[in-house]
Design a binder for this molecule. Structure first.
Ligand code: SF4
Length: 211
């Protein structure tokens, strides 16, 4: 059984599969409290669901892409079992995770989208840097940028840890906090090899749950 906040069908708003119709499985609970969190409603509540029920609901949308998200999905131990089941059923699976929990045991068929928490998030101390050692080009890391200070910090991490050479890096402007055009200009000025991404679902539908 897993505690589930919602299962819904939408367009992937971020990362490599942006724009693809995707089933989102949002697990309840997160041990972090990022200042910009847009899924606080997933911290508490939710419904217990058997993994068979989750698989059935996912199949009902007839979509190849599945994103397991939260909250922090890996905070529930049974999440690994769900991820394995989804891969075995031949879905294209991505996992959105905070970067604060070990991702080394996640099935290698899954594309892990791992946050690197910036100082502006309020949770920079939670970064589990050892995660970077197990990620491959099949995975992605994401910085949510809240300010110029966050940007400079992220660039320093990328350069000092030589991340550009080995990982696909995403920069997202913190919604309502960091101007996206300004962020794009900084990236171009610095000749940075990262992808600036907007949250497509918010541009289309606004900041509403279940979209
Ligand atoms: S890790 Fe994600 S879900 Fe948890 S508080 Fe931060 S933004 Fe919200």
């Amino acid at each position: 059984m897993l505690k589930i906040t919602e299962i819904f069908h939408s367009l992937q708003g971020e990362a490599r599969d942006v724009g693809r119709p995707t089933v989102f499985i949002r697990l309840t609970g997160c041990p972090l409290r990022c200042v910009y969190c847009d899924s606080e409603y997933a911290f508490y509540g939710g419904d217990w669901m058997h993994i068979d029920q989750i698989m059935e609901k996912t199949a009902s949308y007839q979509t190849q892409y599945v994103c397991v998200t939260g909250g922090e999905p890996l905070a529930q131990k049974r999440c690994q079992e769900l991820l394995d089941r989804l891969c075995d059923a031949d879905y294209r699976v991505s996992l959105e995770t905070s970067g604060a929990i070990d991702v080394s045991r996640v099935d290698e068929r899954i594309s892990r989208v791992v946050d690197i928490k910036t100082p502006g998030s309020g949770e920079v101390e939670r970064n589990l840097w050892a995660n970077l050692d197990v990620l491959t080009t099949h995975d992605q890391i994401k910085f949510v940028i809240c300010s110029r200070a966050d940007y400079d910090w992220a660039v320093a991490q990328i350069r000092n840890r030589k991340l550009q050479q080995k990982l696909d890096i995403l920069f997202s402007p913190s919604w309502g906090q960091q101007d996206a055009t300004e962020l794009a200009d900084w990236v171009l000025q610095d000749r940075l090899n990262v992808r600036v991404q907007m949250q497509l679902h918010k541009l289309l539908w606004g900041d509403v749950p279940g979209k």
